[in-house]
Design a protein around this ligand. Structure first.
Ligand code: NAP
Length: 541
């Protein structure tokens, strides 16, 4: 709608996922805030990912907000690992309880934004024609938001239904009696497989790279466990921040070589049955940093697959050969068991890749398949995808997409040189999904809000980082990654999940305490790695 000029705000928040919601709550206490959200509801990841089996892999008493004691005392999680509906309910509850909706414009994605170097303000434009001017922008756009949909030809020919797992209808989908193709064996495919297998007439699972997965161990939340957490919540939240992954799982200090084969096996059996999705990765201190140690754990996991899956050929095809944990470890309820069902077929999409949609289904290099429904569990243009889909122009005319054409560069994952006053939460080169994202997001929002408030109190109009600071941070990120086995597999962590995508390792895996130390020290050290510009003497008209 035409209006005299842009609407004025102090802060624009992009995205009403968990970090965006908290950013609104925190910033609106002293600022005018508007949030633009693509979806028609809150929850971000947990709004979009409503595919069968969608469930968090970190216990919900941890994977929840800690900023409000009454909220964390009163909220009741039904299960240890909450399913999508419970997480979406929680996001809605928080939005209502803290009256956040009035700040959010739904179904209204940001399409472009430009920083005006004269006024030191962002001009933000949206799909619905909103034009907002703001001093600060906080991009809480999500690391796993932009779907990766393979560009096989012929999609328009297919007479059935094709959908990415982020496009699952809110009202659900009845797959009873349907011939279903599921493509992808990442965390999403692994969670969806057993549930779809129970409904479909037949499920063909197309696997390019096999997955390691642990039994989820989900169960109704034990009231005593809940009460014990609630009695110690404030302390636990602090303890989490001092762990590598912002989660109070066990991190043993012994290495594989410290143990006899019998002890190793005992430890790994306990990890497998621990009901904690990541315990295999941390069963010994050196699983993620020593390929030889990792190989012991990987072989244990492969033997589990061989013991569960009855057909030896299928079992072998399901056995990964890359280091365990190099790609995200899956978390499932009966994934491998699904392949013992008569109505489930594993298709090797590595040796015979999918090449096209057809009128009736899919064609691979060696066969044609007929389906009623094709489900793409093919992951995301991760970490950079959501930001790259917005035309973000800095004061010198360069866009973020241009700047990141060879891969993302950031300082502390928070700012991009050439794009002042734009902060990211869970941005490229933060710990991202290697840390428990709600608590880690809260920490980053608080760090960002403290900076904004401090700069305003000192009359600073503009903060930006430098290419030198970005280079320094890239060295820290690469050095941390080089110590781990992560680069021994292709994944969304290293941008190798999508053909042609450039970029190195996009996650900081030095642990959350090291990350927060770098952030805190940068500010305490006089905004090291940043350049501050004071308010101009005369304010713009
Ligand atoms: P993903 O891990 O990137 O997996 C995508 C899958 O699709 C991979 O198996 C990939 O094969 C396959 N694929 C992609 N393009 C393909 C093609 N052209 N032909 C055949 N196969 C293709 O994505 P995701 O499973 O959605 O998970 C992404 C992240 O979301 C996870 O790592 C995790 O952080 C998060 N997540 C968490 C949970 C949870 O348990 N809480 C659940 C779901 C997702 P390749 O491996 O060969 O590339």
């Amino acid at each position: 709608m035409a209006q005299d000029g842009p609407e004025q705000f102090d802060v624009v928040v992009i995205g009403a996922g968990f970090s965006g919601l908290y950013a609104i709550h925190r910033l609106r206490q002293q600022h005018s805030v508007v949030c633009f959200e693509t979806g028609d509801g809150v929850g971000g990841t947990w709004y979009w990912n409503r595919y069968p089996g969608a469930r968090v892999d970190i216990i919900s008493v941890e994977y929840s907000y800690g900023f409000d004691e009454a909220l964390q005392q009163e909220w009741r999680w039904p299960e240890y690992f909450s399913a999508q509906p419970a997480l979406e309910d929680y996001a809605n509850h928080v939005a209502d309880r803290f009256d956040l909706r009035k700040h959010i414009r739904f179904s209204n994605p940001v399409t472009r934004m430009r920083f005006d170097g004269k006024t030191n303000r962002w001009h933000v434009h949206t799909a619905n024609g909103d034009h907002v001017e703001a001093r600060w922008v906080i991009a809480a756009t999500g690391a796993l938001h932009a779907p990766n949909e393979p560009a096989w030809p012929g999609r328009e020919l297919f007479k059935g239904q094709v959908l990415h797992t982020t496009q699952w209808p809110r009202e659900g989908m009845d797959l009873t009696g349907k011939r279903v193709a599921l493509i992808g064996t990442g965390s999403t495919g692994v969670q969806a497989t057993p549930i779809i297998a129970e409904q479909a007439a037949h499920l063909h699972l197309f696997q390019r790279t096999p997955a390691y997965s642990m039994p989820s161990g989900n169960r109704p939340l034990d009231p005593e466990f809940e009460a014990e957490w609630k009695a110690n919540y404030a302390e636990r939240r602090q303890q989490m921040l001092h762990t590598w992954g912002v989660s109070l799982i066990d991190y043993p200090t012994y290495c594989v070589a410290d143990c006899t084969p019998e002890q190793q096996n005992e430890i790994l059996e306990a990890a497998w049955h621990s009901k904690n999705a990541f315990q295999l990765m941390v069963a010994f201190a050196d699983v993620m940093v020593n390929p030889a140690a990792n190989a012991v754990v990987a072989e244990f996991a492969r033997n589990k697959i061989r013991s569960i899956v009855k057909d030896p050929k299928t079992a072998e095809l399901l056995c990964p050969t890359y280091p365990i944990g190099a790609k995200r470890l899956g978390n499932d309820k009966g994934y491998y068991e699904s392949f013992n069902r008569d109505n489930v077929t594993l298709v090797d999409a590595k040796s015979a890749p999918i090449v096209a949609f057809t009128e009736k289904g899919l064609r691979t290099t060696d066969a044609e398949y007929e389906f009623d429904v094709i489900i793409l569990a093919t992951g995301f243009d991760a970490v950079t995808g959501a930001m790259s889909r917005i035309a973000i122009e800095g004061p010198d005319g360069q866009t973020v997409t241009e700047k990141w054409s060879e891969g993302p560069t950031t300082y502390l994952g928070a700012m991009i040189a050439g794009f002042p006053n734009l902060f990211m939460i869970h941005g490229p080169l933060t710990p991202g999904a290697q840390a428990q994202m709600i608590t880690a997001g809260e920490w980053q929002v608080n760090w960002t809000a403290d900076i904004i408030e401090d700069l305003e109190s000192r009359g600073v109009a503009r903060i930006e980082t430098t290419p030198e600071a970005e280079q320094w941070w890239a060295q820290q990120v690469n050095a941390a990654a080089a110590m781990t086995v992560h680069n021994l597999a292709d994944s969304w962590y290293n941008a190798k999940n999508i053909e042609g995508k450039k970029g190195g390792f996009m996650i900081y895996v030095g642990g959350f305490p090291e990350y927060t130390r770098a952030c805190t020290e940068a500010v305490a050290g006089g905004y090291r790695g940043f350049v501050l510009t004071p308010e101009p003497a005369t304010a713009p008209a």
